[in-house]
Design a protein around this ligand. Structure first.
Ligand code: ATP
Ligand code: SF4
Ligand code: MG
Length: 362
C-alpha cells in the first residue's frame, strides 16, 4: 500500500513536487556541525566542539538506513539537521531533489509534511495537556489535510488503528498510557501526513524488550506496507541489523564504515565495527567513549582503542576508501571504510586522489 493510502486521498506530497525517478530520497553530502562552546573570550578564536564531520550518505525510496554509534558520536545532531531543526555548519541535505538548507518559511513547512521525526522519549515529546485526538490531528490541521471535524476524527481513528491503538483511546491523555502506548501515539502523529521519510531517534531506547520489539515490528510494517523510508538511529546493533537495508557506523562524528547492512555486519572492514560485531557475529552493545574530548588532530581518532594499528595510523588521518564490488541486492549504497588498513587490499580504491599514502602502498 503506498503512503497516500494512509490519508485516503489527501495531498500527501502529490502536489509537492514528489519525484518518482531514480534520485535518492535523501542525499546528505559533506555534513559538518560545530557547536560554539559557552564562555566569554576577549581575544582569540571562539571555542567550538565538532559534533559531526564531513558525513555523507543517501537513502533510496522505500529503504531504511541505520545510523549507529556510541553516545556522543553525533547521531542526534545528524537527525536534527536532516529534520531542519538545526542548521549545518557545512554540507548539504537534499530531499527528493530539493536542497532543504535553502528552504525557509512556507516552502519549508510545505515540505515538512513529507519528513517527520519519532523521538526517543515519547512522554517528553507529547503535550500532556492535549488528548490523543488533538495530538494526532494537529499535523492534519497545520498542513490543511482535513478541514471538517468528522473527517479529522475518521482519519485519527484510522491512524490509531494503524499503530495498534483503538478509537476509544482518542479522548485519553498521554499519562494514561504505558511507554509503548505513548510511542504508538508519537508514531501516529508522525505518520499522520503520510510522510515519505521517518527519522527515528532511538525510538525504543526507553522501552522494555518485548514492547520495544512490538514497536520495531510496527516500523518494519510501515516500511514494507506503506514504503516509508527511514533514517533509523540506534546504538542497538541487533535492531539495526534486523531493520536496515544499509548502515552507517559513526565514530566521533565521522563515518568510519558504511554500506549494505549484511556486508558490513558479516564482513566488517573497520576495526571499530569488528570490535562491535565481535566473535561469531554477536552484536555488542556500544560502550561510552570516555576519551572523546581528547585532541586527535593528525592521527586516527580510533588509535588509542585499536588493536590493529599500523605505523601510518599514528602520523596521519585515515582517508576514505570504497570497495570495488558491484552493489548487492540491498541497493546502490557504496561500501566505504575510513581506515589505513584498506591500502593493504586491492579490494579497496582510494576515493580522494589528492591523499598521499604514508606506507604500505600497493
Ligand atoms: N547544543 C549543543 N551544544 C554543544 N554541544 C553539543 C550540542 N548538541 C550536541 N553537542 C555535542 O555534540 C556531540 C554529539 O552529540 P549527539 O547528541 O549528536 O550524540 P549522539 O550520538 O546522539 O549521543 P547519544 O547516543 O548519547 O544520544 C556530543 O559531544 C555533544 O556533547
Ligand atoms: S586507521 Fe589505524 S588506528 Fe585507525 S582504525 Fe584503522 S588500523 Fe586502527
Ligand atoms: Mg542522541
Amino acid at each position: 500500500m503506498p503512503a497516500e493510502t494512509l490519508l485516503s486521498g489527501a495531498d500527501s506530497g502529490k502536489n509537492l513536487g514528489r519525484n518518482e525517478g531514480t534520485l535518492p530520497l535523501l542525499d546528505v553530502q559533506g555534513l559538518s556541525k560545530e557547536f560554539d562552546l559557552p564562555g566569554f573570550r576577549l581575544f582569540g578564536p571562539k571555542k567550538t566542539v565538532t559534533a559531526v564531520s564531513d558525513v555523507s550518505f543517501s537513502i533510496n525510496r522505500g529503504q531504511i538506513l541505520g545510523l549507529v554509534g556510541e553516545s556522543g558520536s553525533g547521531k542526534t545532531t545528524i537527525g536534527r539537521i536532516v529534520m531542519r531543526l538545526l542548521d549545518p555548519t557545512r554540507g548539504s541535505v537534499t530531499f527528493d531533489g530539493v536542497d532543504l538548507t535553502s528552504l525557509s518559511g512556507r516552502a519549508l513547512r510545505r515540505h515538512r509534511q513529507r519528513f517527520q521525526m519519532v523521538f526517543q522519549d515519547p512522554y517528553a515529546s507529547l503535550n500532556p495537556k492535549m488528548s490523543v485526538r488533538e495530538i494526532v490531528e494537529e499535523p492534519l490541521i497545520i498542513h490543511d489535510l482535513a478541514t471538517s471535524l468528522s473527517d479529522r476524527i475518521s482519519r485519527v481513528a484510522h491512524l490509531l488503528a494503524r499503530v495498534g491503538l483503538s478509537r476509544h483511546d482518542m479522548e485519553r491523555f498521554p499519562h494514561e498510557f504505558s511507554g509503548g502506548g505513548r510511542q504508538r501515539i508519537g508514531i501516529a502523529r508522525a505518520i499522520a501526513c503520510a510522510p515519505d521519510l521517518l527519522v527515528a531517534d532511538e525510538p525504543i531506547a526507553s522501552l522494555d524488550l518485548s514492547i520495544g520489539a512490538q514497536i520495531i515490528n510496527l516500523f518494519s510494517s510501515l516500511n514494507q506496507t506503506e514504503q516509508m523510508s527511514m533514517l533509523f538511529i540506534s546504538h542497538d546493533l541487533s535492531v539495526v541489523r534486523y531493520l536496515s537495508d544499509n548502515v552507517v557506523v559513526l565514530y566521533r562524528g565521522k563515518v568510519v564504515e558504511s554500506g549494505p547492512t549484511t556486508g558490513v555486519f558479516d564482513n566488517p572492514a573497520h576495526p571499530y565495527t569488528r570490535m562491535l560485531v565481535g566473535e561469531g557475529g554477536t552484536l555488542r552493545t556500544l560502550e561510552p567513549d570516555t576519551d572523546k574530548n581528547s585532541d586527535t588532530k593528525g592521527f586516527c581518532p580510533f588509535l588509542s582503542r585499536c588493536s590493529e594499528a599500523i605505523p601510518a595510523c599514528s602520523v596521519s588521518m585515515p582517508a576514505l576508501w570504497q570497495k570495488q564490488t558491484s552493489p548487492d541486492a540491498a541497493g546502490p549504497h557504496p561500501r566505504t571504510v575510513l581506515c589505513h588498513l584498506a591500502q593493504q587490499s586491492p579490494d579497496w580504491i582510494l576515493l580522494d586522489s589528492s591523499v598521499t599514502l604514508i606506507q604500505g602502498s600497493r
